[in-house]
Design a protein around this ligand. Structure first.
Ligand code: SF4
Ligand code: FES
Length: 336
């Protein structure tokens, strides 16, 4: 028997998905510009999402049976679709405005150190700030400051950059067999820390670096070696007894500067890799090279590189979205 599907319309584009799918994942099935940004949701980490609120959307029609709109904006990564639901993301002024507010909050304690941050060029917060951030801060109080600490011999923690998305905690819980770090304290005092100075040295701990949406967790073997847009990403694999062995090698000339998991178009790693592949295999002879990695044309990494990753954006074909985009443009003109 064919599986029952429910129909949901997001920014004027309809898609049929399995019952129980979240609005975020329904949008990802459509793809393109209408996919809400996600700073804490990570499809391969169970229970992720619901922390950062960047994925807020407006449900303008609840369902076919109960067409009333939802009274407040909802987190699309945590809200399931209903048959006949209508959702607005970038076509809603309210959503764009709320997202701007969320970004402002995320930036309250975040330092403006992109010029020296290793995550620059592949940082989700940098992209969000570029799209929604204000030029100036309205925050008058003192920012939280922390010393940089080594959590393990290969991972550096810059707590000032952390947005408390909990992804690294979930990696440690779900992918390694011994979590020794977590979020200590609550509210303004919340911070990522290890218990009693324990070192994070589990076989899969390096994945915490890949899932961190900002530059809070960085690879000690790559720090300050290069800007990511000067490197050339290449897909490669090896026969690894511990993990899938499918990685991206980041070359500068002939030298492999860094090894990471392969991220998909939503910035998520599907096959987590072990620390041996990540930190200890930095010679080309360790790998079977598959070819250049496809990079999104919107990414700074694509400068002077290879093919583009995404097909033509949905917005070019969709009238509702074109109108929404136009309104957004007019709004930003007014703000100038
Ligand atoms: S260190 Fe990175 S992954 Fe961990 S909670 Fe902070 S922002 Fe999220
Ligand atoms: S991605 Fe939905 S709340 Fe963070």
């Amino acid at each position: 028997m064919a599986e029952e599907k429910v129909k949901v319309t997001i920014d004027g584009i309809s898609v049929e998905v399995a019952p129980g799918t979240t609005i975020m994942n329904a949008a990802r099935q459509i793809g393109g510009d209408i996919v809400p940004p996600a700073m804490c949701y990570y499809s391969t980490l169970e229970g992720s999402g619901g922390k950062c609120r960047t994925c807020l959307v407006k449900v303008s029609k609840g369902s076919e049976k109960d067409p009333r709109p939802m009274p407040k904006l909802v987190a699309s990564c945590r809200t399931g679709v209903m048959d006949g639901m209508e959702v607005q993301n970038i076509t809603s002024e309210e959503v764009v405005e709320a997202r701007r507010g969320v970004v402002e909050f995320l930036l309250i304690n975040h330092p403006l150190d992109c010029p020296i941050c290793d995550q620059a060029g592949e940082c989700h917060l940098q992209d969000l700030s570029y799209e929604h951030g204000l030029e100036n801060t309205r925050y008058d109080f003192e920012r939280r400051t922390f010393d940089k600490i080594d959590i393990g011999d290969k991972i550096k923690l810059h707590m000032t950059r952390c947005i408390l998305c909990y992804r690294c905690v979930m990696v440690a819980d779900q992918i390694t067999d011994n979590r020794v770090h977590g979020v200590l304290g609550r509210g303004d005092a919340a911070e990522i820390s290890t218990y009693i100075s324990q070192a994070v040295d589990n076989d899969f701990s390096g994945n915490m670096i890949d899932v961190c949406p900002v530059g809070a967790l960085t690879d000690q073997t790559f720090r300050f070696k290069n800007r990511v847009w000067f490197t050339k990403p290449v897909e490669a694999h090896r026969d690894c007894p511990t993990c899938s062995g499918k990685v991206t090698l980041w070359y500068k000339g002939e030298e492999v500067l860094r090894v990471t998991g392969r991220k998909d178009e939503f910035g998520e790693v599907k096959d987590f890799i072990c620390n041996e592949c990540r930190f200890d295999k930095k010679a080309t002879s360790d790998w079977v090279i598959e070819g250049p990695r496809k990079v999104k044309n919107t990414s700074v990494i694509s400068a002077n590189h290879y093919e583009q990753m995404v097909p033509e954006p949905v917005i070019k074909k969709n009238l509702t979205l074109q109108e929404g985009n136009m309104k957004q443009l007019q709004r930003s003109e007014k703000l100038k």
